[in-house]
Design a binder for this molecule. Structure first.
Ligand SMILES: [Zn+2]
Length: 371
């Protein structure tokens, strides 16, 4: 019922526990054991960004990652107590009916999250979805007492902390005014240095976190056959809400300033560049067993040919010789044109394959001038 996510910063690996829906015959059920995705940090976020929530992608995403969690959020009374590993079992019509309902009910939230992440990755996003400040009061959900309690707990915690900190500062001011002055100076300097780091940005991402807890024992991983105790991982997060998991993953991902996500100029999918020099094309196979990066190089090469003056000259000469044939139709003109066509194919190929130099190709074109 819970998602778990743990991060190993030394190896840049994330461990995501989730449950997908499988079926035998007409019975659909959530897998008894959570699956564990072991991937570079940010990969699940990347999958999320590359999901087409307007199209068929949403059904696939829900089935794969969050059918069970959405189901029990909608029908909490159907949760079974006890150590029952198979939590959800549905017949086909029920399964499909709920799937279509979830696709409708979750779509807007998923698209909102996608655009919010894109915004904070400095990628193009739909501002009408994310930056729309008109709150539709008719659609506000009634306040859930559990959420309220959760928020109150945090408020109390931070208030307590803030009170203690203030008391300590007051004492310092009295006991050691010089140290206090230094502290204050440092504080404002830090505040200024952090100006380019936009706190309001993170507030928006934090807003996606409704339900998130810390865990130190890794029991859920152990049950799924993953032993995290040998890794350099102090704790993991868990939540019943996939949005909270994505938000914490996002924060973890951008906390490393080398991390970024770009949009591939060929296939338009989002990808994590291996280094900051290669940010145009992704490394996924696009077609003919070639990756976008390889194809991108071909495209760049072809574009460079478009601006190639010699090839332009070659084409112009071709057209001018062809027009002499149609204008004058003399044998000499026809012969020159036919020779140019025949030899030209070979010369152009040699030039493109870099078997002859620019000068050789240029000289050859010059030689075929109309006399
Ligand atoms: Zn690509």
């Amino acid at each position: 019922m819970y998602f778990y996510i743990a991060f190993d910063k030394t190896t840049n690996t994330e461990y995501l526990l989730y449950k997908d829906m499988i079926h035998k015959g007409n019975i659909y059920y959530s897998e008894p054991m959570s699956k564990c995705l072991v991937v570079p940090i940010g990969t699940f976020l990347l999958n999320f960004l590359n999901t087409d929530f307007e199209g068929t992608g949403i059904g696939h995403f829900i089935r794969k990652y969050c059918y069970e969690s959405i189901y029990f959020l909608k029908y909490p009374e159907k949760k079974k107590d006890g150590l029952n590993f198979v939590h959800l079992e549905l017949n086909e019509p029920d399964y499909l009916l709920n799937l279509f309902q979830f696709m409708r009910s979750e779509k807007d939230e998923f698209i909102y999250m996608q655009n919010l992440f894109l915004k904070h990755l400095n990628l193009p996003y739909d501002a009408t979805i994310v930056d729309n400040n008109d709150i539709d009061t008719a659609n506000i959900e009634p306040i859930n007492p559990n959420n309220l309690e959760f928020e109150k707990m945090w408020d109390d915690y931070f208030e307590q902390k803030a009170t203690i900190a203030l008391e300590k500062l007051e004492k310092l001011k009295k006991d050691n005014p010089k140290l206090y002055a230094e502290y204050e100076e440092q504080y404002y300097k830090n505040l200024k240095n952090n100006n380019d780091f936009n706190y309001s940005n993170l507030l928006e991402i934090n807003g996606l976190i409704n339900d998130l807890s810390l865990e130190f024992t890794f029991g859920a991983y152990y049950l799924s056959g993953i032993d995290l105790s040998t890794h350099n991982i102090p704790y993991c997060f868990y939540s019943s809400d996939i949005g909270s998991i994505l938000a914490i993953e996002f924060k973890e991902f951008i906390s490393d300033k080398h991390h970024t996500i770009k949009k591939c100029k060929n296939c338009s999918k989002y990808f994590i560049p291996e280094n900051l020099r290669d940010i145009k094309y992704c490394n996924n196979i696009f077609k003919d067993n070639k990756t976008c990066k390889q194809l991108g190089k071909d495209i760049t090469y072809k574009n460079s040919l478009k601006n190639d003056k010699l090839l332009d000259m070659y084409r112009k000469r071709y057209l001018s010789l062809a027009s002499s044939v149609s204008h004058y139709g003399t044998e000499k003109a026809i012969e020159r044109f036919e020779n140019y066509k025949k030899d030209g194919v070979v010369m152009k190929k040699k030039y493109l394959n870099k078997e002859i130099t620019k000068k050789e190709f240029g000289d050859w074109i010059q030689k075929n001038k109309k006399q």
